[in-house]
Each structure stands twice: as C-alpha cells, then as structure tokens.
Ligand binder design. Structure first.
Ligand SMILES: [Zn+2]
Ligand SMILES: [Zn+2]
Length: 319
C-alpha cells in the first residue's frame, strides 16, 4: 500500500496543507485501488495533483467535523455536473449514519435525494469490517465530541508482481487516548496518528485530541512499526509534538507533510510533493496560468493588456 498525504493540517486548512485527507493506493494484481481517508476542507484541489477524481474507488469518513468531510460537497459537483457525464458508478462513501443528511444540509439540498444520486452512502458499524478491493477496513469507535468517531484499521492484501503482500495501516481519525485506538493500531506497519494538542497548553480539554505524548504512548502500547504524526493545527508547533512523541516511542517517527508518499510496509518515502496539475486541467487553463505568471504582472487597481502589459511601478517589489 502507498499512502499519500493530501491534507495534514489539523482542524482547518493551513497555508501549506489542506485539512485531513489521505490517499491510500493498493494493487489487487489487475489494477490499483484508490481510497480516500477523510475528505476535509481544501483537499479536493490538491488531490487532483495526484489522481483523476474518476479513479476514486471509495471515501472513508472518520467523523463529521468539517475538517474531515466538507469537500464531499465539491466532489458532489464534480460527479453530478461533469459536462461529459461521470461515466462511472456512484462513489462509495462510508461514514457515520448521518453522513448523507449532513452533506445535503451543508450544500442546501433537499435530504431526499441529497447527494445519493452521486454517492453510494454506507454506514459504519463498529468493529464490522468492510472489503474494498484488496483492502479490509475495520472501524474502531474512538473518543471525540461527536455522535460517531472512528479510527480505521486497514489491512492490505495486495498482489504485486505475482507476490502476495500483506500490510497494515492504522489511521486514528480524531481522538483522545482510549483502549480502542491501541487495539486498532496493534502491530501496524504504519500508524497515522493525530497529535493536535500540546502537553501543558491543552491539559484542561479532555476527550477531544491527543498530544504528541499521548500519540507516542499509544504507538508504544500497540507496538507499531512506525508513527506518522498528523492533524497538527497552525497554532501547534511540530517540533513540540515530535519531541513529546519521541520521549515515549522509540521507533521510526515523522510528521506528515502534504504531498509526500510513503510505502506503508517499508516506511520509505517514495514520492515528493507535486505542484503540477493533473490531466483534467484543460490546456487552455494551463496556458492562461502560464501566461499570467510569465507575461502579466498587473499592479492592483491598474489593468494591463496582452499588447501593453503594465510595467512594474516604483513601489512594486517584483522585478
Ligand atoms: Zn479534525
Ligand atoms: Zn474532529
């Protein structure tokens, strides 16, 4: 399995990353399957640097906070209003029982049909595994102030070059410490775990998020192979949560960065962030973007033309 970090900023998008969204790819011997773990604010745009939206096999929603689900609204538009037609089955969306209604409300659609023409909504049942191509996904109930919140234990049964490969990824979703999280992460190859809070600063808030320390404790208790800290908000220092986790957990440890791809079993960094656009961006837009960057440098309040571009003024710092 390969894990690409699409969005890793906690609670709302940051300047360098969307909110929570992770692209998991696994091969069944005939084709790659692509599954999204959460689909938070801002992730739909960055996702298109890494895949065509039509290749999404399923979206797994951990809970219904906007930083984990809100870009389903944008995906609904991409599916429903594609001028060429979507051309594929409805996208499978696994989530809490309220997902379909909450998404319809968010968009201002009548709840019936809401987004059901585009998405095949399926409800999580705690501890009940679902199969998606070569993946088996088990939702574990965790501690977070919503009706339903889950961590996912995802077991990959891949066939690569004729060889069977098994690997385990655990994603915490949002949670404070709980035995279910440790159970979900038991012996995982890669534990993608939130660390939104800091020891000392957030001690008065219980039952919401982990700190680096508590994430490290869970990783140690579950004996995972490696720990990737994520969901770090803009007001939390990466170094602080890393050091807190390092004091508890002695295995491989890093902070999730938007755009980086990891091999789940090897832990190797196998892909770097991209800035290029995907194939579905029309030629004309790519050209327009290029021209805007290279040939036009309009000063706010002044309009240039292609024939007569605005020249940098005395207060314009650009060359
Ligand atoms: Zn969150
Ligand atoms: Zn949350």
């Amino acid at each position: 399995m390969k894990l690409t970090i699409i969005g890793s900023t906690g609670s709302f998008p940051g300047p360098g990353s969307p909110a929570s969204c992770y692209l998991l790819t696994a091969h069944d011997g005939t084709r790659p399957w692509r599954v999204l773990l959460d689909f938070g604010s801002g992730s739909l745009g960055v996702l298109q640097r890494y895949m065509d939206l039509k290749d999404i096999d399923a979206v797994l929603i951990s809970h219904l906070h906007p930083d984990h689900c809100m870009d389903l609204c944008g995906l609904h538009v991409a599916v429903h209003w594609d001028p060429e037609g979507w051309g594929r089955d409805r996208v499978r969306v696994y989530g809490p029982a309220d997902t379909a209604d909450r998404m319809a409300d968010a968009y201002g659609l009548p709840r019936d049909p809401g987004m059901r023409e585009d998405f095949d909504f399926r409800d999580w049942v705690a501890y009940e595994a679902v199969t998606i191509g070569p993946l088996t996904v088990t939702p574990y109930p965790v501690v977070h102030p919503v009706d339903e919140a889950y961590a996912f234990r995802i077991e990959g049964h891949e066939i690569l070059e004729g060889r069977q490969i098994h690997s385990v990824l655990t994603y915490s979703g949002d949670t404070d410490e709980c035995p279910e999280l440790v159970e979900a992460a038991r012996d995982a190859d890669l534990f993608l775990c939130e660390a939104a809070f800091q020891e000392g600063r957030d001690d008065h808030i219980k039952g919401v998020h982990l700190t680096g320390k508590r994430a490290g404790e869970a990783a140690k208790a579950a004996a995972v192979q490696r720990l990737l800290l994520t969901h770090i908000p803009v007001w939390t220092d990466h170094t602080t949560v890393l050091e807190e986790a390092r004091a508890e957990y002695s295995g491989e440890l890093a902070v999730a960065v938007s755009g980086v791809t990891y091999g789940v079993r090897s832990g190797e960094r196998i892909g770097d962030p991209r800035t290029a656009t995907m194939s579905r961006v029309p030629e004309s837009l790519a050209r327009a973007l290029q021209e805007a960057g290279v040939r036009h440098r309009p000063i706010p309040g002044h309009r240039g033309t292609r024939e007569n571009p605005v020249q940098p003024g005395p207060h314009d710092p650009s060359p």
